[in-house]
Design a protein around this ligand. Sequence first.
Ligand SMILES: [Fe+2]
Length: 217
Amino acid sequence: MAIEEIVHEIKENGIYKFQTPFLKKIDVEDLRFLVKPLLEEAEDDYLFGKAARIGPYQSWRPTPIFDLFSQPLFQGIAQGFYEKAPSFNEIFVTHEFRNDLGTERNGFLHFDRIPTLKFFFYLTDCNKDNGAFHYVPGSYKLGQQLRTASNAETDVYGKIKNRLEIDFPDLGYTKKNAVPIEGDAGTLFIFHSDLFHYGGAIEEGREREIMRLHVRP
Ligand SMILES: [Fe+2]
């Protein structure tokens, strides 16, 4: 699909999913190999396992991570979405392997407090039992309104309302309204964080790894 059509889809619905795995398994393994040490040395403050912030894609030159995120398709989508060259990007990787510490913030149905366009890769096969990303179809524009209103209410980041079941119970949205994106390692989708979403909660004995590029105007 052409860049313009992908951008249109994201602007309308907050999400675009590529139909087939975007990356081959062998290329996914290259990415996993590169980020493995960073995940291992990450702080233990992520309730679902390990999470690491690994810098902007430019800092990964010359590796497959740079090649992946610098490609014209991605840059074109980001620029098309924001209608200018983005000023900020950052890569995150996570490895979820535990559920005994409680629910991490991303495990609640929410929209992000800081609006962000995210390129989301599964590095392992993901289904609804091992942390697949879930989203509520049709929630993007309502999320945009709620996020704007929430941010206008307070300057204290920790007090900004963004969890549907906790902060907006009257709206009636629950995780039951969400659908999973299930897919093999190498699956890619792009979403805007105003879309109601959650993920990362795994069943006993399961795990997942993902990589995301966050982009802001
Ligand atoms: Fe989020």
